[in-house]
Design a protein around this ligand. Structure first.
Ligand SMILES: Cc1cc2nc3c(=O)[nH]c(=O)nc-3n(C[C@H](O)[C@H](O)[C@H](O)COP(=O)(O)OP(=O)(O)OC[C@H]3O[C@@H](n4cnc5c(N)ncnc54)[C@H](O)[C@@H]3O)c2cc1C
Length: 301
C-alpha cells in the first residue's frame, strides 16, 4: 500500500500526493530533473538525476527500479507529454494496469480503482486496476515555488540505442499553457486574425499565456494545437483564466473549469461559459478587451 508519485521540476506534487494518499499508507515523491522542492504531504521527496541518455525507455527503467526499491503498488505520474510516454512504457515493462487522467482513486477487496471523466466530463467511469502494480496519470499544477529543496540522488539510467524519439514538431510542444499561472484564451467571437493582437495585448498586460478554443486551431488555423484548451487540447489549471468570445461548450470547459478564477467576456448573456465563470462580463469584447488591457498596462507602468 505504498505509492510513488513522479513529477518533473516545477510541478506542485501536492495534488498527486493527495490523490494517492487515501489508498496508500506511504507516499514518496520522485522529481525527475536537476532540482525540485519537498512536496507537501509526502513521506519523502527525492530529486533523481539520471546518469544516462534520459530517453523515455531509460527513464522508464529508472522509475521501474524505484518502484521495486520502494515496493510500491501504485505509481502516479504527472500527465505531461514526457511522463505519459513513460507511463505507457512502464505499463508494458511492469505488466501493470494503467488508467490515464485519473481524478480519484479507491481501494476495494479486488484492488485499486481509478475514476476518470468520460464524454467530456459529463460522466465518471471507474476502472478496476487488478494487477500487482497500478499506474495512473493525473493533471498536475505548476509549483508556486518557495518550498525547501529536496535531496538529490543520482541513478544510472541505461542508454537504449535506437529508441530515442526524433522529429518532434511544435505540435508536440506543450508550450507554457499547461503550467501557466494565468491564461487569456479567445474563441470565435474574435472576428479577424489581426484582432488577435488585441487579445495578446491583454495577455501581455496580465503576464498570461495565450490560449484559444478549437475552431481557432482546426478551422481558422490562426494558432497551433499547443494553444488549444479543452478535451482535444491542453488541460489548464491556472490561478486566472480569462475567456474572450468563447461560448463554453463542454469540450472546452473540461480543459479549463478547474481554473481558480474564471472571468468570461461574451456578448450573449446565455452563453454556457457564464455557468462555469466566477465573473461574467456581458459585453462586446471589442469594447472591453482594449480598455482592460490599457488600464492594466497603465497600472503597471
Ligand atoms: C470530439 C470533440 C472535441 C472537441 N475538443 C475541443 C477542445 O479541445 N477545445 C475546444 O475549445 N473545443 C473543442 N471542441 C469544439 C466545441 O464543441 C466547440 O465547437 C468550440 O469550443 C466552440 O468554440 P468557440 O467558443 O470559440 O466558438 P463559438 O461556439 O462559435 O462561440 C463564439 C462565442 O463568441 C461570442 N461572441 C461573438 N461575438 C462577440 C463579441 N463581439 N463580443 C463578445 N462575445 C462575442 C458568442 O456569443 C459565442 O458565445 C470539440 C468538439 C468535439 C466534437
Amino acid at each position: 500500500m505504498s505509492a510513488l508519485v513522479v513529477v518533473e521540476p516545477g510541478h506542485d506534487a501536492q495534488t498527486l500526493v493527495e490523490l494517492a494518499r487515501p489508498v496508500s499508507t506511504t507516499v514518496d515523491v520522485v522529481v525527475l530533473g536537476e532540482s525540485g522542492e519537498q512536496a507537501a504531504g509526502a513521506d519523502s521527496t527525492v530529486v533523481v538525476t539520471a546518469d544516462g541518455c534520459g530517453c523515455g525507455e531509460a527513464t522508464a527503467a529508472l522509475v521501474a527500479e524505484l518502484v521495486g526499491a520502494k515496493g510500491a503498488d501504485l505509481l502516479v505520474l504527472a500527465s505531461t507529454e514526457r511522463l505519459r510516454e513513460v507511463a505507457a512504457l512502464l505499463t508494458a515493462r511492469l505488466d501493470a494496469a494503467c488508467a490515464p487522467d485519473a481524478v480519484a482513486l479507491g481501494r476495494t477487496d479486488e484492488g485499486l480503482t481509478a475514476d476518470r471523466l468520460l464524454y467530456g466530463g459529463v460522466a465518471i467511469g471507474t476502472l478496476a486496476l487488478q494487477r500487482p502494480v497500478a499506474i495512473v496519470t493525473a493533471a498536475v499544477k505548476p509549483s508556486a515555488g518557495g518550498g525547501a529543496p529536496a535531496p538529490v540522488q543520482t541513478m544510472a539510467a541505461p542508454c537504449i540505442e535506437g529508441k530515442t524519439l526524433t522529429g518532434r514538431t511544435a505540435v508536440a510542444d506543450e508550450g507554457g499553457l499547461a503550467n501557466a499561472d494565468r491564461v487569456v484564451a479567445f474563441g470565435r467571437g474574435v472576428r479577424t486574425h489581426d484582432d488577435i493582437a488585441m487579445v495578446r495585448a491583454l495577455a501581455d498586460a496580465l503576464g498570461a499565456e495565450l490560449g484559444c478554443s478549437r475552431p481557432i486551431v482546426d478551422d481558422l488555423k490562426w494558432l497551433d494545437l499547443p494553444h488549444q484548451v479543452g478535451l482535444t487540447g491542453t488541460t489548464v489549471k491556472p490561478q486566472l483564466y480569462v475567456a474572450v468570445g468563447i461560448s463554453g461548450q463542454i469540450q472546452h470547459l473540461v480543459g479549463m473549469r478547474e481554473s481558480k478564477l474564471i472571468i468570461s467576456i461574451n456578448n450573449n448573456a446565455s452563453a454556457p461559459i457564464f455557468e462555469a465563470s466566477d465573473v461574467a462580463v456581458v459585453a462586446d469584447l471589442y469594447e472591453v478587451v482594449p480598455r482592460l488591457a490599457q488600464a492594466l498596462a497603465a497600472r503597471s507602468a
